[in-house]
Design a protein around this ligand. Structure first.
Ligand code: EZ4
Ligand code: CO
Length: 402
């Protein structure tokens, strides 16, 4: 089963996506997501110029060996561009493996460990009154878990809060737009949001909140402590995590669970977070953390330390990534939650897929492989448009962590 072709497809059906499509000599095809939000063309070039030439003629059945070849063979290890490119190849090869075996990929990963993949949606609005309406919309759709974000009084705009509620897109301008941040205003406001939401929806609804890396560890400890009465399932990215030991300080001050990892590219970004039990959920995902092969390695390590998965699933992760993530989610023993931001109808049309949402759960496709494809003709109608994530400044103009 030799690889005879590998195409890098860049398309923008409402937002940019990069996809790798691998073709074998016996006519099988596999797809892998290679989208790195705001840095898409760097990965497209990495694949086209440096990876594709090494794939032609390679045995498509050798998934692990190909992973090691691309990781060790490049000399330059890790990093989001490299790991996203490796992820695309790895995902496409798993897709091909499933098709060759005549099984959905989750069967090759050990079969089902649960009936469905519990997902959470994003309720966001400027005010608390408005966000209650958004939470209710998700509850009416059957969601068991909802992430809640509001604007902060006194701040003009806040990352994670947008006009379009179901199809939120943070990469909103070719040159980054700018938000202003105040930790003081945010910490004063946020507990009142969750007091209202918990009071309105009762104890069973799982509530989450994303801090988007805005706080220092001691500030995050204070936030977690102030949210304890409202029993959140997690606070996400309370602080940037390059300094893994920094999470110890948060742990000393709060029992609010912590989820980190949407920007991680591999196991070396989180091995201390996991082995010291400094987080409760690891949010790495297929496309940015080296594909199914490497993400499974991270989740296996996490299982030893009672850390669950909570994979990133925003709109910049294509339906190809979501399809792959669901096969892992349904099979691993330590699944926690899966983020699920809905894609637009244009995106869904470019990426026909077999997964579906019902009553708060996503269900992976049952056909052989990952159960997702890219319509290349349709994709060609949507040329790339530069779009970057916003930056964040403090009120005095200091560049701040987003
Ligand atoms: O900022 O996907 O939890 N979800 C998030 C997302 C991320 C974007 C970055 O590309 O934080 O909105
Ligand atoms: Co996040």
């Amino acid at each position: 089963m030799k690889i005879v072709d590998a195409r890098v497809i860049v398309t923008c059906p409402g937002r940019n996506f990069v996809t790798l499509k691998v073709v074998t000599d016996d006519g099988l095809t596999g797809v892998g997501d290679a989208t790195l939000n705001g840095r898409e063309l760097a990965v497209a070039s990495y694949l086209r110029d440096h990876v594709v030439p090494t794939l032609i003629g390679r045995d498509a059945s050798r998934i692990e060996d190909t992973w090691q070849y691309l990781y060790k063979g490049a000399y330059w290890r890790r990093g989001p561009v490299t790991m996203t490119a490796i992820a695309a190849v790895d995902t496409a090869l798993w897709d091909i493996k499933g098709k060759a075996a005549g099984m959905p990929v989750y069967q090759l990963l050990g079969g089902r460990s649960r009936e469905g993949v519990t997902v959470y949606g994003h309720a966001n609005a400027e005010t608390v009154d408005e966000v209650l309406v958004e939470v209710a919309r998700y509850v009416d759709l059957g969601y068991k878990a909802v992430r809640v974000q509001t604007g902060v009084p006194g701040l003009a705009s806040t990352y994670g809060v947008s006009g379009d509620k179901m199809f939120y897109e943070p990469a909103d301008a070719a040159v980054p737009s700018e938000n202003v941040w105040s930790t003081e205003r945010y910490l004063a406001h946020t507990p009142s949001v969750f007091a209202r939401v918990r009071d309105e929806f009762g104890p069973a609804l799982r509530l989450l909140h994303d801090v988007h890396h805005r706080l220092t560890p001691i500030e995050a400890g204070r936030l977690g402590k102030s949210l304890e009465p409202y029993a959140l399932t997690w606070i996400e990215d309370p602080t940037p995590a390059e300094l893994q030991e920094g999470l110890r300080l948060i742990r000393r001050h709060t029992t609010t669970p912590i989820a980190i990892g949407e920007i991680f590219s591999g196991i070396w970004d989180c091995q201390q977070l996991i082995t010291e039990q400094l987080v409760d959920y690891i949010r790495a995902t297929v496309v940015h953390a080296g594909g199914l092969t490497h993400l499974r390695r991270i989740f296996d390590l996490a299982a030893l330390y009672q850390v669950r998965s909570g994979s990133h699933g925003a709109t910049d992760l294509s339906p190809v990534c979501m399809s792959a993530a669901l096969h892992l989610d349904i099979s691993i023993p330590n699944f926690g939650l899966q983020e699920y931001m809905r894609h637009t109808a244009e995106t869904d049309a470019v990426f026909p897929h077999g997964y579906h949402f019902a009553d708060g759960y996503l269900h992976p496709a049952e056909e052989p492989g990952l159960g997702v494809d890219i319509d290349e003709e349709l994709a060609a109608r949507y040329p790339y448009r530069p779009a970057a994530l916003p930056v964040n400044r403090l009120e005095d103009g200091t560049l701040h962590s987003w």
